[in-house]
Design a protein around this ligand. Structure first.
Ligand SMILES: NC(=O)c1ccc[n+]([C@@H]2O[C@H](COP(=O)([O-])OP(=O)(O)OC[C@H]3O[C@@H](n4cnc5c(N)ncnc54)[C@H](O)[C@@H]3O)[C@@H](O)[C@H]2O)c1
Length: 271
């Protein structure tokens, strides 16, 4: 069976009400895992939870902001109290942001850092004491192709996703003495979810226009396919999981061209 690694294990997924997080939850439940699902959007979370419970999965759904320190402590207590422990933590919750350095104020940088980096740090700190006790623990954090390269028009989001990557790589190094735990950083290119439309934006940026452009030109990979690659990477304990040809291009360009990667990407994209 696909993803049999997850059978009988407990997995926590943040941002499980929609998009990639929802697809991860569906596949984890299908593989026979028990689930702790977290989302700030109660309605969407309830839809995911009801659907999976209807298929017989053991699911605990908790409405919470993954960046809220106090609340995530309570969430960890509740999930562990009801499911007995945590083997797999997937820090998936995040928000896209439209705006570059010039348009974005300090408050924009704070908000985007909190939504992406803060949520990852807070949730990891809440669940890490349990994951390290698992015989085969896994932590996976969702960065982005924007965590591999920096391009114009997305400085706050890029900074936040580079921060997620730095945090993840440091955590992996810190856990070297715990061979039972593997830490993965996931770098999706554009994935066809609703993220384009729920994005934050700097004042003066036309968010609808930016969303249409993102949806049409960037978001190409199917979220179900993305979830499959992520779960396979996590079970193998892969350090880096690249999703889609655009993420692979970003990775290769950064490695091959060093500081000149932007020129290389423009050449490839223009054909
Ligand atoms: N879709 C893409 O093109 C793409 C590309 C690269 C990286 N990513 C990353 O993948 C992850 C998932 O993206 P997606 O496309 O599925 O997004 P999405 O907008 O479709 O779904 C995200 C879900 O997370 C929830 N959420 C957001 N902030 C939260 C918080 N603080 N606490 C709890 N729940 C929260 C939302 O309510 C939503 O249900 C994000 O971290 C995103 O940055 C997405």
């Amino acid at each position: 069976m696909e993803h049999s690694f997850y059978a009988g294990r407990v997995a926590v997924v943040t941002g499980a009400g929609a998009g990639i997080g929802r697809e991860l939850a569906v596949r984890l439940a299908g593989a026979g895992g028990s689930l702790g699902l977290v989302d700030v959007d109660g309605e969407r979370l309830a839809e995911t939870v009801e659907e999976l419970q209807g298929r017989g999965a053991k699911v605990v759904g908790v409405v919470a902001d993954a960046a809220d320190v106090e609340r995530m402590g309570e969430v960890a207590d509740e999930v562990v109290g009801r499911l007995g422990g945590v083997d797999v933590l997937i820090n998936n919750a995040g928000r896209l942001f439209y705006g570059g350095v010039l348009e974005s104020g300090p408050g924009d940088f704070d908000a985007v850092m909190r939504a992406n980096f803060g949520a990852t740090v807070v949730t990891t700190k809440a669940f890490l004491p349990y994951v390290v006790k698992s015989p085969q623990g896994r932590i996976a954090n969702l960065s982005s192709a924007y965590g591999l390269i920096g391009l114009a028009g997305a400085a706050p989001y890029t900074a936040a996703k580079f921060a997620v990557r730095g945090f993840t790589e440091s955590l992996r190094s810190e856990l070297r003495g715990q061979p039972n735990v593997a830490v993965s950083c996931v770098f999706p290119g554009g994935v066809k979810t609703g993220i384009a439309w729920s994005a934050l934006a700097a004042a003066g940026v036309d968010a609808d226009r930016a969303a249409e452009r993102f949806d049409r030109h960037v978001a190409r990979t199917d979220p179900g396919a993305a979830a499959r690659v992520i779960l396979r990477g996590i079970e193998r304990g892969q350090s880096r999981v690249l999703i889609g040809p655009d993420a692979i291009l970003a990775e290769v360009a950064a490695r091959v061209a060093g500081g000149q990667y932007e020129r290389l990407i423009r050449l490839v994209v223009r054909g």
